[in-house]
Structure formats: structure tokens, C-alpha cells
Design a protein around this ligand. Structure first.
Ligand SMILES: Cc1cc2nc3c(=O)[nH]c(=O)nc-3n(C[C@H](O)[C@H](O)[C@H](O)COP(=O)(O)OP(=O)(O)OC[C@H]3O[C@@H](n4cnc5c(N)ncnc54)[C@H](O)[C@@H]3O)c2cc1C
Length: 814
């Protein structure tokens, strides 16, 4: 048996498709001093029994880029390594059976065109011609992606492993990593056990590609890797005469996919309520194992399949397969360096798309490890989005019952998860609930998305058109524009940076001038070396040596990790204060009247200027009021110690009855901010988007000291902008924009809508998005005609580089 080396640059833990791809790509980039350890045999975890579907279209541009990369890699892998991978580009067909699914499929087709994936809407006759076995009487829509494929998953992994070895990587089977060792801040290596011997490998980094084992291994190093195994089913028929080569077929309304292979038919299921597995840990001896059959669980899917594909009535069943796979709370996998421990990297939690994802994910991770930065924005799969509480196994078990089925469920806009709720709550949660709040969940936080009227059901009725809360949103939105509204934004991440070097440190990581007088609030970005936006935040100087950073709740762990990574020798403390304070945003032209009714402090424009913060009295309590606004109106964000939150809220709402105060939800917050063209991190601005092209140059001070990203800003100033962030309003007030619709300039698709919502004051759907414009002036960009394609239909759009709502920002400075 091979004995591992005593020192190596990187240890890859796990020989499934994920680990093999990471090894392959690291070796290709010249990291030959690496070793992959597999506890049993390569592919013996989940990889060996995957169905092998390789669909290229994903929910975002970069995930599609990765999937397309995988497909191209797998096509060429056989010639490169000599291992037969079974990769065939047979194409895929998706069928819709409802009007809602038709809308979704047509929107996906627009998305595919935007991302450069070949796609056609096809008639049912064309479906029949390509797939003679399928019943089409109730089909409402069919879409064909000719570039999609299918493969033999185990051989893809074996080919990647061979390619890794050919480039110098060492791969050893039969060795289990028992522990990742560290010195308190950084990984130092791994301890291993091969059954007869134990040992240690000193290593610079480790990459946890341990699939469903990965969570507990990570937890032993205090690294959060929230995933949980679920049972996942398919069946394979006996050979069927004359079956031939068929495209992959998906019928999401019946939770089913079909694949023909070697004359047999496979039927796979994404049932609405899945069965979690492995609650007591994954058995030590698991190796090429299957789980017990559960025919009763699979039967409803088979019943529908038999009607859809009558051949199932007569075809004998060769295999009824049940295998475990890792699922995550948001159906997205994890990639990147864990924020808790330097040098601890992760590529795991693949939610049943690990084969199609691993090629691209391995490439992206290898780039990230070797270059120090990801090749492009990977926020949606970034491990830093995981919340520490998500280590909780009961939470995970409950959530994954839902996430498996969500893959084939209707992907309506604003769809909320239903399981594992109510974990993180604002101190005024019960007050909001009593007032009719309908909650959504983000990062575990329950947040009021909208407020139902007294006689209205407190639930979402999903639709691709106006949903049941559209008028509630309008009322909240207009209250903020014309009166006063209150948003509970307690979910904001709050980071206190304190110490003698705090100002110098923040001036190094932030692009705006942070060395301001105590009591000032600064809007800024943290940039990377390419000028891309790592974080979008406000920094409030509380004193000479103390600052409060306010970030979105979703990015808190990412921001903490970024700050700690750049702390260096600065004598500072970086403390997560999120749970210490509730945040109420009192916004609207009548905000001052309301506030003045509960506070004796001077809140006049002269006495409390825009962009300042200070302590005020409210009711019988205290709050720190920050005069800023994400909705573009006069207003204050009130930071209230959690123990006084309910009191301050009651004082405001009691006084609010005289001032028409309206409780407002996150949907109205978003519709207000998009009218004002405020950017939303993760959608409009990411680490791939240059701060100048995002239109945020006004918050960058190149004249101050050196800061991260300054050189990239100066270079871009010299070179000129290659693209610009543009705000659009549809001329027709009827259609809606959500995200990812196609922007057309002079009839040609130029990119996706990065975020969308309805502008209730502007009177139409508003979208944001980048328009490529090398060597063009702002006037030239605006001189073009624009349309936005929604589900295949084009709508004329008005474009603007300045915010369409209150371009001179007069309203915030009243
Ligand atoms: C029924 C079914 C159908 C599927 N169909 C598809 C499909 O059509 N398309 C698609 O893209 N995906 C599909 N998948 C998903 C796909 O199989 C997985 O996402 C993928 O195989 C996960 O690969 P992995 O490398 O992360 O995990 P694994 O394959 O489980 O590999 C992890 C490896 O790590 C090893 N390991 C764990 N701990 C240690 C340790 N401490 N030391 C050493 N080694 C360790 C394990 O032994 C294991 O071999 C399907 C899955 C199932 C169950």
C-alpha cells in the first residue's frame, strides 16, 4: 500500500468527482506537489451512482459559465486521458405542463440566449419527432438545448484522476484523513489512518472534497460546512427494443427526468418532500453502497411517468436505485476558503449536480487557490455565505427535506422556503407579526417582506405576474415616498472595528475617506486588487478609535473574513455586534415630524445633517440615529440596543398613529432603492464589477492614502470604462422585471438585468444592468434604443445613467 509523503503543498480530501477535478486542475496549473487521499476507493461515495446528466444552463451567468466549461472539458477528456467517459452531447428537452411553467421555460430560454447557450423553443410535433415515446397532449411549452449531454460519472472522475496523475499529482486510495491539523489560525496538515498505520502530512493547505462526510470533518476544525445527505432515487428499466439514442428529457411538473442509455431507460426523481439520511453520521464502512429501496416513496413519480411514457407499463425494472447525496440549505454548493481557518478550502455539497458542476468548480477553485482571487464572481457558491448557526444538524435535516424538491419546483419570483424557519428573529418579531407581517428568510433571519391588510391571507400566492402582495407593496412604497414608513432592518450585519490603528486600517481596506470627524457616516466599498467590489457598506466613526461597519446580513461572514484577512499587524479588534442592536429605518418626507414627536433632540436639517450619526433619546430609551437612506428619502436608521428595541418601536408606532406611519417590508425597500438606482451587492455589484463601471466612483477617493484597489481605479481612469451600469424603466407599465431578463441595445442582446423590481412612483418596472460601451461617451450610450426581453417578448425601455428618481438627491437633504 502506498504511503503518503510527510510534506506536501496541498492535501485534497476525497476521491469523488469533486476531489479528482480539483487535483486535475491544480496539477494542470503546475501544482504538482499535491496528494489526494481517498478513504476507500475513487468514486466510492456518491459519484459512482450519479445519473450523469450534464445540463449547461444554470440560474446565473457564472454558474452557466462553469457548467459549459465542464461540458467542454468532458468532451475532450477522453482524448486527453484515454479513459472512455461516455460523454455524448445528446441535447435535452424540458417540457412544461402549466402556464406558469411555460413562462418559466420561456424566461430560461431568454436567459440561455443571454448567456450564449444554444436554445430553441420547439413545438410538440418537434418533441414527438425527437422523442416518439412521450405523451404530449397536455404540454404547454417545450425547450430544446442541443448542447446538453450525458456521461458516465464514475469514468469522468477516473479520467480526471488520470489526468491529475499525468500532470504529477499523487492519488492514494485506502487512506482516511482523521483530522485536519492547525496552529490556531492556519492549517498545518492532516493526520491519516490506512487501517494498519497512522501518520501526518504537513501541508500548506487542505481542500475538503469529502462530499456528505465533509460536514463533520469540517466541524472538527470548527469550520462551518452546512450540508446533509438525502436519499435520492432513480430506476433503470430492462433493455427496451429500438429505444435508440434520445435526448435527456425533463418534466419538472412531474418531478422527473429521463435518460436513455445502453438501450435502457432511466427515470429519476426530484420529489417535493425528500428523505434526509445519515442523521447519526455516515457509516464508516460505506463504499459503493446503496440504500434500501422505498417503493412507496417513489411510486407517485412512477405513476405519472407511466402516463407520460407508456413504455414503463411494460418495461421490466432492472434496478431500483436509492443513493445518498449532499444537499445544502439553499441548493447551492460550497466553494472557497473557510472564513474560520486560513488554508482550509472546500468544494462540496453539490445538491445532485456535482457531475456537471465539478469540472468548472475544480477549475475555478484551482484558479482561486493559485492566484489568490476567484476567476470571476462566485458569491452564490462562496463558502463565506454559510452562517455559523447552519452547523445545527436538526436545522439541516429539516431544511433538506425541501431543497431537493425545489430543484424541479416552480421557480417563481420571491418564492420563500417553508422549512426550518424562525431561527433568527428581531426583538420586535412578535410586534411585526401582530401587525400582519408576511415573513421571508435570509441568512436564517425572519424579515417582514410585506404587511397584509387585516382581511387578507398572510401568505404568498406566487405568480409570474403581479402577486397577491403587489398592492401592499405599492401602499408601503408610496407611504415612504409621500408620508413615513418604518422598516425593521435588524438583520443588518454590524461590525465594530476598534483600536488605535482602526482608522489607518479602515482607510487601507475602504476606498472612501474614513478619516472623518467622529459622528460622520461614510458610504464606501471595500475593493480587491482589480478594483472589483468585495463589500458595499457604511462606516460610522463612533469615536477617535471606534467605527461601526454596517453590511447586508447575507455578507456578514464574508466581510468579517475579508477584514480579518487584511488585518495584518494593525492593533485592532474586529467584533461582530449584529445581535447587540436592532435597526429601525424611519423613512419618508414626514420622518422628521414623527421622530420629533418621540425625541426631544434637535432633528432639524441644520441640527442633524445628512451623513451624521449621534445618540438621541426616544421615548424613555436611547438610540443612535444615523441620518442616511437606502430608499432615497429624508430619514434615520435607528440603532437600538436589543433590550430597548421593543420600547423604542412602541414609542415610534404609538406616535405614528398621528403621523400616518406605515410599517413597510423588504419588498418595498427594494422597490424604493431601485427607483433611486442604489446598487444591490451580489446582484448589481460583485467582486467582478469594477467600482467605476458600477457608477460608484463618487465614493472613491484616490487622493487619500494608498488603499486596496487604488491602482486598479487609476488604471481604469486612464483606460476608460468598458461598460456602464444603466438603470432602465419599461415604457409599458404592465410587464414586471425580476432579474436575469435580457437587455437589448439596438436589437442585440448585450447582457442580463442584474436586479429588477417595480417602480411604483415612477410607474413601471425598473431594472439595472451593465451595457458594454468601450470608447463611448455617456451620451453615446444613452443615444441608443433599448429593449428588455421578458420570456421571449421584447419591451421598449428608457435608459438612464443618473437615478430616475430624485437625480439631484434633494429629498434626502430636506
Ligand atoms: C441518484 C443520484 C443521481 C445523480 N445524478 C446526477 C446527475 O445526473 N448529474 C450530476 O451532475 N450529478 C448527479 N448526482 C450528484 C453527484 O453524484 C454528486 O453531486 C457528486 O458525485 C458529488 O461528488 P463529491 O466528490 O462531492 O462526493 P463523493 O462522490 O461522495 O466523494 C467524496 C469522497 O470523499 C471520500 N472521503 C470522505 N471523507 C474522507 C476522509 N476523511 N478521508 C479520505 N476520504 C474521504 C469519500 O470516501 C468519497 O469517495 C446524482 C446523485 C445521486 C445520488
Amino acid at each position: 500500500m502506498a504511503i503518503p509523503p510527510s510534506h506536501t503543498r496541498a492535501v485534497i480530501i476525497g476521491g469523488g468527482v469533486s476531489g479528482c477535478s480539483v487535483a486535475y486542475h491544480l496539477a494542470k496549473l503546475g501544482w504538482t506537489d499535491i496528494v489526494l487521499l481517498e478513504r476507500k476507493q475513487l468514486t466510492s461515495g456518491t459519484t459512482w451512482h450519479a445519473a450523469g446528466l450534464v445540463g449547461q444552463l444554470r440560474g446565473s451567468q457564472n454558474m452557466t459559465r462553469l457548467a459549459k466549461y465542464s461540458a467542454e472539458l468532458y468532451v475532450n477528456l477522453e482524448a486527453e486521458t484515454g479513459v472512455a467517459t461516455g460523454m455524448r452531447q445528446v441535447g435535452s428537452i424540458s417540457l412544461g405542463l402549466t402556464a406558469d411553467r411555460r413562462e418559466e421555460l420561456l424566461r430560461q430560454a431568454t436567459l440561455a440566449r443571454t448567456f450564449g447557450v444554444e436554445v430553441q423553443e420547439i413545438t410538440t410535433a418537434e418533441v414527438r419527432a425527437m422523442y416518439p415515446h412521450v405523451e404530449i397532449g397536455d404540454v404547454t411549452c417545450a425547450v430544446h438545448l442541443p448542447g446538453d449531454g450525458q456521461c458516465d460519472p464514475a469514468n469522468i472522475a477516473m479520467a480526471l484522476a488520470k489526468g491529475a496523475r499525468m500532470n504529477g499529482a499523487q492519488i492514494i486510495e485506502g487512506i482516511k484523513v482523521t483530522r485536519v491539523t492547525d496552529d490556531g489560525t492556519r492549517v498545518t496538515g492532516v493526520d491519516w489512518d490506512n487501517g494498519s498505520q497512522t501518520g501526518h502530512i504537513a501541508a500548506d493547505i487542505v481542500i475538503n472534497c469529502g462530499g456528505m462526510w465533509g460536514r463533520d470533518l469540517a466541524a472538527a476544525s470548527k469550520v462551518t460546512l452546512p450540508l446533509h445527505a438525502c436519499e435520492h432515487f432513480y430506476l433503470v428499466t430492462e433493455p427496451i427494443d429500438g429505444l435508440g439514442h434520445l435526448p435527456v428529457l425533463r418534466v419538472p411538473d412531474e418531478c422527473a427526468y429521463y435518460k436513455s442509455d445502453a438501450g435502457k431507460m432511466m427515470l429519476g426523481a426530484f420529489e417535493p418532500r425528500a428523505k434526509p439520511w445519515g442523521m447519526g453520521g455516515i457509516p464508516e464502512d460505506f463504499c459503493f453502497d446503496a440504500l434500501p429501496e422505498d417503493f412507496a416513496h417513489f411510486e407517485p413519480i412512477l405513476e405519472m411517468a407511466t402516463k407520460r411514457m407508456p413504455m414503463f407499463e411494460t418495461a421490466g425494472i432492472h434496478t431500483f436505485f436509492n443513493g445518498p447525496e449532499s444537499f445544502t440549505p439553499d441548493d447551492r454548493y460550497y466553494l472557497g476558503e473557510a472564513p474560520e481557518l486560513n488554508g482550509y478550502w472546500v468544494a462540496a455539497g453539490y445538491n445532485s449536480i456535482g457531475i456537471v458542476s465539478s469540472g468548472g468548480a475544480g477549475m475555478a477553485l484551482a484558479h482561486w487557490i493559485t492566484q489568490g482571487e476567484p476567476p470571476f464572481d462566485l458569491w452564490e457558491v462562496d463558502i463565506r455565505r454559510a452562517q455559523p448557526f447552519q452547523r445545527n444538524r436538526r436545522y439541516l435535516k429539516e431544511r433538506v427535506t425541501e431543497t431537493l424538491g425545489l430543484l424541479y419546483a416552480d421557480h417563481w419570483p420571491y418564492r420563500q422556503v417553508e422549512t426550518a424557519r424562525d431561527v433568527r428573529r428581531s426583538p420586535i418579531h412578535a410586534h411585526l407579526k401582530a401587525a400582519g407581517a408576511v415573513f421571508g428568510e435570509v441568512a436564517g433571519w425572519e424579515r417582514a417582506n410585506w404587511f397584509a391588510d387585516a382581511d387578507q391571507p398572510r401568505e404568498y400566492r406566487y405568480d409570474w405576474g403581479r402577486q397577491n402582495w403587489f398592492d401592499n407593496q405599492r401602499a408601503e412604497h408610496m407611504a415612504v415616498r409621500e408620508g413615513v414608513g418604518l422598516f425593521d432592518m435588524t438583520s443588518f450585519g454590524k461590525i465594530r472595528v476598534e483600536g488605535r490603528a482602526a482608522c489607518a486600517f479602515l482607510n487601507r481596506v475602504c476606498a472612501n475617506q474614513i478619516d472623518v470627524a467622529p459622528g460622520r457616516v461614510v458610504y464606501t466599498q471595500m475593493l480587491n486588487s482589480k478594483g472589483g467590489i468585495e463589500s458595499d457598506l457604511t462606516v460610522t466613526r463612533l469615536s477617535e478609535t471606534a467605527f461601526l461597519l454596517v453590511v447586508p446580513g447575507t455578507t456578514l461572514q464574508r466581510d468579517l473574513a475579508w477584514l480579518r484577512r487584511h488585518q495584518g499587524d494593525h492593533a485592532i479588534a474586529i467584533i461582530d455586534m449584529t445581535a447587540a442592536e436592532a435597526v429601525f429605518c424611519v423613512m419618508g418626507p414626514k420622518a422628521r415630524d414623527l421622530m420629533q414627536g418621540v425625541s426631544p433632540d434637535d432633528l432639524s436639517h441644520k441640527g442633524f445633517g445628512f451623513g451624521t450619526a449621534r445618540e438621541i433619546e426616544i421615548g424613555m430609551g436611547l438610540a443612535r440615529a444615523h441620518r442616511i437612506s437606502y430608499v432615497g428619502e429624508l430619514g434615520w436608521e435607528l440603532y437600538v440596543s436589543s433590550d430597548m428595541a421593543a420600547h423604542v418601536f412602541e414609542a415610534l408606532t404609538d406616535a405614528g398613529t398621528d403621523h400616518g406611519l406605515k410599517l413597510c417590508g423588504l419588498h418595498a425597500l427594494d422597490s424604493c432603492r431601485i427607483e433611486k438606482a442604489f446598487r444591490h451587492f451580489g446582484h448589481d455589484i460583485t467582486d467582478e464589477d469594477h467600482v467605476l463601471e458600477a457608477g460608484l466612483g463618487y465614493a472613491v477617493k484616490t487622493s487619500k492614502n494608498e488603499f486596496i484597489g487604488r491602482d486598479a481605479v487609476l488604471r481604469k481612469q486612464d483606460a476608460g470604462l468598458a461598460r456602464r451600469m444603466v438603470q432602465f424603466r419599461l415604457e409599458d407599465p404592465e410587464p414586471l422585471l425580476f432579474h436575469n431578463e435580457a437587455i437589448l441595445r439596438e436589437g442585440r442582446i448585450v447582457g442580463p438585468v442584474t436586479s429588477g423590481n417595480y417602480g411604483h412612483a415612477l410607474g413601471g418596472a425598473i431594472g439595472m444592468g451593465y451595457v458594454p460601451c468601450p470608447d463611448e461617451s455617456a451620451d453615446e450610450v444613452l443615444a441608443s434604443s433599448y429593449e428588455i426581453e421578458v420570456a421571449g417578448v421584447r419591451h421598449r425601455a428608457v435608459a438612464s445613467l443618473a437615478p430616475m428618481y430624485d437625480p439631484a438627491s434633494e429629498r434626502v437633504k430636506m
